[in-house]
Design a protein around this ligand. Structure first.
Ligand code: ZN
Length: 119
């Protein structure tokens, strides 16, 4: 394989490059998440805002509409289930936050393929 940073030829399963400071991005890299993920999750206090932040404008709008739906549905369910239906609302919030954390950030798109075309 070739080093993605400097192009130096490395052993096939190399963990790091000996010519530059490239290190193989392990799975822990994506599991930890980026700062933008945390910001998006915090913005999801208003469901959909985190998605807009990440560049998913239409999806964010749908989640905002969905939030009203969840409140409405939770309210309706609450009257039928003696308040228990209200649990639907935080579950929706949590679902939105969980989703926005997991999706790819569209603000800084991976331009690995474009880099060569710029020059
Ligand atoms: Zn290298």
């Amino acid at each position: 394989m070739a080093c993605p940073l400097c192009g130096h030829v490395l052993p096939k399963d190399a963990e790091a490059c000996d010519r530059c400071d490239w290190v193989r991005a392990a799975d822990t890299d994506t599991a930890e998440g980026k700062a933008s993920d945390l910001v998006a999750v915090m913005l999801s206090v208003v469901p959909g805002l985190g998605h807009v932040y990440k560049g998913y404008k239409l999806l964010g709008l749908l989640f905002v509409i969905g939030a009203f739906g969840a409140i409405l549905l939770g309210g309706l369910a609450a009257t039928a289930t003696a308040g228990f239906g209200l649990a639907l609302i935080p579950i929706y919030w949590f679902g939105v936050m969980f989703h926005v954390y997991g999706i790819e950030d569209r603000i800084a798109p991976a331009t690995k393929d474009d880099e060569g075309e710029e020059y």
